[in-house]
Design a protein around this ligand. Sequence first.
Ligand SMILES: NC(=O)c1ccc[n+]([C@@H]2O[C@H](COP(=O)([O-])OP(=O)(O)OC[C@H]3O[C@@H](n4cnc5c(N)ncnc54)[C@H](OP(=O)(O)O)[C@@H]3O)[C@@H](O)[C@H]2O)c1
Length: 325
Amino acid sequence: MATVVVFGATGVQGGSVVNRLLKNPKYKVRAVTRNPDGEAGKKLASQGVEVVAGDANDKASVEAAFKGAEAAFFVAAYWPSVATLGLVGAGEEELVQYQNVAHAAAASPTLKHLVLSTLPPADKSSGGRLKVPHYDFKAYAVDWIQRTLPELWAKTTEVWPGFYDSNFAAFAMVKPLYLAAADAYLIPMPAKKSSILPVVGSVETNLGVAVEAILTTGAPAFSKLLVLVTDYVAAGDVPAYFSRATGKRAVFLEYSDADIITVFGIHGDEYAASMRWAAEFPVWEDPKVVADRTRLLTLEQVGLSKADLVGFDAGLALIKDKLVQ
Ligand SMILES: NC(=O)c1ccc[n+]([C@@H]2O[C@H](COP(=O)([O-])OP(=O)(O)OC[C@H]3O[C@@H](n4cnc5c(N)ncnc54)[C@H](OP(=O)(O)O)[C@@H]3O)[C@@H](O)[C@H]2O)c1
């Protein structure tokens, strides 16, 4: 059995990866958390996961987590640091975390495959006009690995998950607003109705499916990128998806950038920045976003088809009780 180190295992992305790999007898999962004795850590341990203490800011703990591992998955958290470090400061912290993980992976004598969850290069693709720190610092990390640790890059795969379906249930800025008097919902977004939202579908299922498929593919996936988007959805169509899942009436509401900043401060600014970039770069597989076409992996190249993924409609249906009051 190959040991796979999963960072963020107590969160959305890492949790999806753990759940999937646990069902595959080829893999032994080692979950990294800052708090192994917390509820989430204990739950993982009760499922047969090896739970180890680790903090991506602490190089020694990251190195220890890699001991004897053959593969690893990493995503930085970004958002929890925004309140204390600001938008760019949280990005700079992310960059250091990806670097710490990369150094530990490069130094590991056993590691065969590193999978990084990252996001598109907003800054680079727009020639520096549009910056989205929670995208850009992930892309800077990838550039840094390519330049600094080419041998590690030769066994690294990137995956870009689209906007989660579960944001509509759990992310305060995205969650639909209930109008009790009308028993209906407002879905506010810092976007035009025509703006395109690249959606990952059910993140709970799809990310794990994709990472398992990338690990199984091995060498043909090295130095490549899988764009994990099941649906490109016009913002103005989101209420129709919501209504199909919940049976409730819903309408789209356009926030101006100034409005969302008034309500959610710099967190709102970051959400708006991602939608400003999306207005010009709606499709992540586009040559304007991925200039090096040889880097793109198709689902088929990792042994998957769309039928293996849970799309936006089906994903929302699975979490419908969490979408409504
Ligand atoms: N929301 C979206 O639609 C979307 C789409 C694509 C990409 N993303 C990206 O997804 C990332 C967040 O992932 P998520 O949604 O899975 O996060 P999440 O559910 O909020 O969980 C965060 C995870 O990160 C871990 N973590 C936080 N700080 C850590 C540190 N210093 N060292 C080690 N682990 C740490 C936490 O583990 P412990 O607390 O147990 O230590 C937890 O497991 C962000 O970077 C965001 O940009 C989000």
